[in-house]
Design a protein around this ligand. Structure first.
Ligand code: PHE
Ligand code: ZN
Length: 881
């Protein structure tokens, strides 16, 4: 909940503070409902600052209980305190002074999960972006950096563990059964990276020896009894630390690195200096309860938060407009890490699928914004897939433009030049310009212009002249606040593939810059001519998704089939198969809508089955191909006037046709991928399971009976297989006896494990069809559904609204009314969660008119409420604009 209700924050108004914060000394006396916080802050007036300017500190729902200036009480007329701010006047000139602020806060009553709160009896903090101001009055902005000393006093029996950032200084017994611990973090940091944890937790311990030979203690704290489920996270942490040394030359900088897993958390995890706090979903895993996807997420998020130590903490953001400076870069780093740990092409395919299904719709709808926005009303609403994933793609493009060496030079310069700074996106880009001499001025539009560029391409071969011409045109769509756009610098990786599968090497290229296999589209229209191409090539464009664009390139099924079969690059093969499938799926949706017979193209079927049965290809890749574009991908390609029921029906019919044609192959794949050995979460084993489960999915279509999924459920010896079997039962045969038996058995077996119960909720919330809303309502009465827990709410309500296109978008509008009802109920307790779930309506304008009308009415009903949080108010108003 913001303090600046209804105020828009603008980048153009950025000014450094009048006062420099030299150091921070905090003492916490923890109590579940009445914790005391003493903050001693040493400031001096900034050189050149207005000598009469008051000191203004931020607060959020605070009450001032004590205020001293250099240990003396202040006369009442020298300050003003409101819940949102503390203003102190008549402060000294250049000499340092000390302010001591006392506040009392109630962690138990903190349902927003921002600031100091309690989760499962554990005290924990979340300060990014503006949570610190809920603990004490403070200059709560990322460009105010200081070293922190922390003293925590708490009941010893209930809280044997007292943790904060930095290195441990010491501790001991205090009074009345209490004890204390002191921590010092020598690295100046902004308040959003502060953390405190106190309670009684189990621990997994290890050590890491850094590249310069220092030994770092590693500790992962989890609920007692769950220690064995933290060993995979520990392994991922050690691999992350090593990788960051090898790949980026980054060494860890404290004596200890801690991770704490908590069960109530708004986001995935948080990179607090030396003390990462995690949603326990991204720490805990064992074969019985975690899927392969869970393992991959843990590896990626452990790495992500660890990598923030350099990209985010050592170099932080000057202001929140620069959020992508740390998030886009850190996502890029975690993507590269996972690519190195697993299969690079398969990882890239998964990234691109995610980008297209999440970021592209955001960029095409009412919530579209630039990677580096220029204004916001509520910063919590800018932790978006645009800032994160598109931000990462922009950095990937810089790497593509500069090549590996140029990119490394730029990164080294960035670390060198800005260590200890609160930096901007411009500072970052300048490092690459200075390190390589390349002008990135036009390229920077990627940070400033929202919307996914559309590139239209066509190629022509002239046999007599041995030339191939490629005509390109780019258009960046209008987005909120940005009606017109400039042409962008778009790096397009390409290959001209000859008949025998080899890549043509033209003797000359004209029409624009080409470096290696990258051509630079910089004009609105541009034609490249390649000479010395001896036979008609097949064009493969935007290879590896070198630019995050929509590409319209008319290619024949034969040409796509050629790439799908012969390209040396797996990503390009997947892309070609997707391009082959999409028009078919779109046509299927149109046909289903008009009640026509749906057809699956023979070219698609044969290309798919050939790939699926090709043992030379890795199983994970084959599974990605078999997954086909999803319903939301089809909706996005169709663009407007969408009918989710028709899309579902059309896609299902195509899948059934493939299943029928490939039945023998799928049967064969199922028996061939059987594994009875010990479970291993490695990427190769996960890939085999993925292929097996996609074969099972097609077979379930081919057989038309629940028996094979029911058998797979009974046979499953790991969570991946069990969950897939249960999903197939529930989604294909929601009313079958086998389904209710499986759902019941699953619940009974895992009813003491909330993270697994989340899967049970999510599977049921995503059953296609209008009847699911009733099921979701009934599940909300289930004792396992805990309203105050974000993971539970996301697994039931979020899965329904984000991932059940037919159930949520019921033609009668009941799904939207349900969402509105839920938003109004969640918002007063946890505005961040409410606002996030509301973004599931971000594509409402592309629905057919009847549904769009219903959606608008539901949004208006939220908008009419007079007591909305700033978070929900911001989203609903942008969505209706
Ligand atoms: N900074 C966190 C991350 O991406 C995300 C986060 C934002 C967590 C805000 C909590 C609150 O790593
Ligand atoms: Zn992050």
């Amino acid at each position: 909940m913001s303090t600046s209700e209804n105020k828009v924050v603008e980048l153009a108004n950025y000014h450094p503070t009048d006062f420099v914060l030299e150091r921070v000394d905090l003492t916490f006396e923890l109590d579940p409902t009445n914790s005391k916080v003493d903050a001693r802050l040493i400031f001096h007036r900034r050189e050149g600052a207005d000598a009469t300017a008051p000191l203004v500190l931020d607060g959020d729902e605070l009450t001032l209980s004590g205020l001293l200036l250099d240990q003396n009480e202040l006369p009442a007329e020298q300050y003003d305190a409101t819940p949102q701010s503390l203003t102190i006047r008549d402060l000294p000139g250049a000499s340092p002074f000390e302010i001591t602020v006392t506040t009392f806060i109630n962690p138990e009553a903190n349902s927003q999960l921002m600031g100091l709160y309690r989760t499962n009896g554990v005290y924990c903090t979340q300060c990014e972006a503006e949570g610190f101001r809920r603990i004490t009055y403070f200059p709560d902005r990322p460009d105010v950096l200081a070293p922190y000393t922390i003293t925590i006093i708490a009941d010893k029996a209930a809280n044997p563990l007292l943790l904060s950032n930095g290195n441990y200084l010491g501790g001991g017994n205090y009074d009345e059964g209490r004890h204390f611990a002191a921590w010092f973090d020598p690295h100046p940091k902004p308040s959003y990276l502060f953390a405190l944890v106190a309670g009684d937790l189990g621990v997994v311990e290890d050590t890491f020896t850094t590249m310069s030979g220092r030994e770092v203690a590693l500790k992962i704290y989890v609920e007692r009894g769950k220690e064995p489920r933290a060993t995979y996270a520990m392994d991922a942490l050690k691999r992350s630390m090593k990788w960051d040394e090898d790949r980026f030359g980054r060494e860890y900088d404290l004596d200890i690195f801690m991770v704490v897993a908590v069960s109530d958390f708004n986001m995935g995890a948080m990179e607090n200096k030396g003390l990462n706090v995690f949603n326990d979903k991204y720490v805990l895993a064992d074969p019985e309860t975690a899927t392969d996807q869970d393992y991959a997420n843990i590896e990626a998020i452990i790495a992500h938060e660890y990598f923030h130590n350099w990209t985010g903490n050592r170099i932080t953001c000057r202001d929140w407009f620069q959020l992508s400076l740390k998030e886009g870069l850190t996502v890029f780093r975690d993507h590269e890490f996972s690519a190195d740990m697993r299969s690079r092409p398969v990882k890239r395919i998964a990234e691109v699928r995610h980008l297209k299904s999440e970021q592209f719709p955001e960029d095409a709808g009412p919530l579209a914004h630039p990677v580096r926005p220029t204004k916001y009303r509520e910063i919590n609403n800018f932790y978006t897939t645009t800032v994160y994933e598109k931000g990462s793609e922009v950095i990937r493009m810089i790497a593509t433009l500069l090549g590996p060496e140029g990119f490394k030079k730029g990164m080294d310069l960035y670390f060198d030049r800005h260590d200890g700074d609160a930096a901007t996106v411009e500072d970052f880009v300048k490092c690459f310009e200075d390190a390589t001499g390349r002008d990135l001025n036009q390229f920077s539009l990627w940070y400033h212009q929202a919307g996914t560029p559309l590139v239209t391409a066509s190629g022509a071969y002239d046999a007599a002249a041995s030339t191939f011409t490629l005509s390109l045109e780019q258009r960046v769509p209008a987005t909120p606040g940005q009606p017109t756009k400039e042409p962008m610098h778009i790096p397009l990786s390409f290959a001209l593939i000859l008949d025998n599968g080899s890549v043509a090497t033209p003797t000359a290229v004209s029409g624009g810059e080409v470096t290696g296999d990258v051509l630079h589209l910089t004009e609105q229209k541009q034609t490249f001519t390649f000479s010395g191409v001896s036979s008609r090539p097949v064009l493969s464009l935007n290879r590896s998704f070198s630019a995050p664009i929509n590409l319209h390139l008319d290619q024949s099924a034969d040409d796509l089939g050629h790439i799908a079969r012969h390209d040396s690059d797996l990503f390009a093969r997947w892309q070609a198969l997707t391009d082959l499938a999409l028009p078919n799926l779109m046509q299927a949706s149109r046909d289903a809508r008009e009640g026509k017979e749906v057809e699956a193209s023979p070219a698609l079927i044969s290309a798919l089955l050939e790939t699926a049965g090709n043992h030379a290809l890795e199983p994970a890749f084959r599974a990605q191909v078999l997954a086909l574009p999803g319903e939301s991908d089809i909706a996005r390609e169709l663009g407007s006037n969408n009918d989710p029921d028709a899309i579902h029906a059309g896609r299902t019919a195509v899948l059934k046709a493939i299943a029928g044609a490939g039945r023998d192959l799928f049967q064969h794949l199922l028996s061939e991928t059987r594994t009875d050995g010990e479970f291993s979460p490695d990427a190769e084993s996960a890939g085999r399971r993925a292929l097996r489960n996609s074969a099972l999915s097609y077979l379930t279509y081919a057989e038309q009976s629940p028996s094979i999924a029911a058998k797979a459920f009974d046979d499953a010896n790991n969570m991946t297989d069990m969950l897939q079997a249960m999903t197939l039962l529930a989604h294909r045969f929601p009313d079958a006896e086998e389904t209710s038996a499986a759902l019941q058995a699953f619940l009974k077996r895992f009813d003491n494990n909330p993270l697994v119960i989340d899967k049970w909720f999510a599977v049921q919330a995503t059953i296609p069809g209008a009847a699911t809303l009733g099921r979701v309502r009934a599940l909300m009465e289930n004792p396992h559904f805990v309203r105050g827990n974000p993971n539970r709410v996301r697994s039931l309500v979020g899965s329904f609204t984000f991932s059940n296109p037919t159930g949520f978008n019921r033609a009668d509008g009941e799904g939207y009314r349900f969402l509105a009802e839920q938003i109004l109920e969640i918002d007063p307790k946890n505005p961040q969660l409410a606002a996030r779930i509301l973004t599931s309506m971000r594509s409402w304008r592309s629905l057919e008119p009847q549904r769009a009308d219903q959606a608008r009415s539901a949004l208006l009903s939220i908008d009419r409420s007079s007591s909305l949080s700033n978070d929900v108010r911001d989203i609903v108003e942008r969505m209706l604009k």
